[in-house]
Design a protein around this ligand. Structure first.
Ligand code: GRF
Length: 227
């Protein structure tokens, strides 16, 4: 049975688009059961509609508190029997109690080499710090913002004439490879969170997997073959 995946997104949805394209290419054995958003005009919802994926909008203004919002959101995803929730540009901090039952079943993509630059404006902060390298991370979601166990990262060099937009665009291209590759490993049962620790093929992952030209590989060995 394909893994039942829900995607939450607040914006344009290009990472959702990459997931759908990978599924359509026959390289992602998942069923998208829901695309949810807090923004009625999110591009991600239009993408879902085109792809025939059920959509859902929950607007924060309709709920008395963040915790109420998150409880309602995850109750809906439970009704959908989602087995994995992918946060792909979902611009909300999630309530710890609401997500606790979903531990190990929610992942997020963040545009920095975590633990560097949690939160917003990651490209700007990397440039201002004079970093020579930037990247994106996929991690399991915990109550701590952008702080859960890391699964995989993609790295790109920062070029001398990079500005925020150029850097963001180049990184986004890698995000579109990184996120489907991670979901693919989870869907095939090779990656899981056990006892608070990310495991790959039943072994603890000492460092995040790294995206190479040919896909994800072990960050520890430096090999470029699939893990
Ligand atoms: C991506 O950069 C992702 O890393 C971050 O939000 C952005 C979402 O972009 N969390 P998109 O909506 O998938 O195009």
């Amino acid at each position: 049975m394909p893994l039942r995946v829900a995607v939450l997104a607040s914006g344009r949805g290009s990472n959702l688009g990459a997931l759908i394209a990978t599924r359509d290419a026959g390289r992602l054995p998942v069923q998208f059961v829901r695309v949810g958003s807090d923004k009625p005009d999110a591009g991600a919802l239009a993408l879902a509609r085109t792809a025939g994926i059920p959509e859902m909008v929950l607007e924060p203004a309709d709920f008395p508190s963040r915790a109420d919002y998150d409880r309602a959101l995850f109750a809906r995803l439970a009704d959908d029997r989602a087995e994995l929730v992918v946060l792909a540009g979902f611009m909300r901090v999630l309530d710890g109690d609401a997500i606790a039952p979903w531990t190990g079943r929610i992942i997020n993509i963040h545009p920095s080499l975590l633990p560097k630059y949690r939160g917003l404006h990651t490209h700007r902060r990397a440039l201002r710090a004079g970093d020579t390298e930037h990247g994106a991370s996929v991690h399991y979601v915990s109550a701590e913002l952008d702080g859960g166990p890391l699964i995989a990262q993609a790295r790109i060099p920062i070029l001398p004439d990079d500005d925020e937009d150029a850097l963001a665009a180049r990184l986004l291209h890698q995000e579109h490879r990184l996120l489907p590759a991670v979901v693919q490993l989870i869907a095939s049962g090779r990656i899981a969170l056990r006892g608070g620790q990310v495991q790959c093929d039943g072994q603890p992952l000492p460092v995040p997997l790294q995206l190479g030209v040919d896909g994800l590989h072990s960050g520890a060995s430096g090999h470029t073959s699939a893990p």
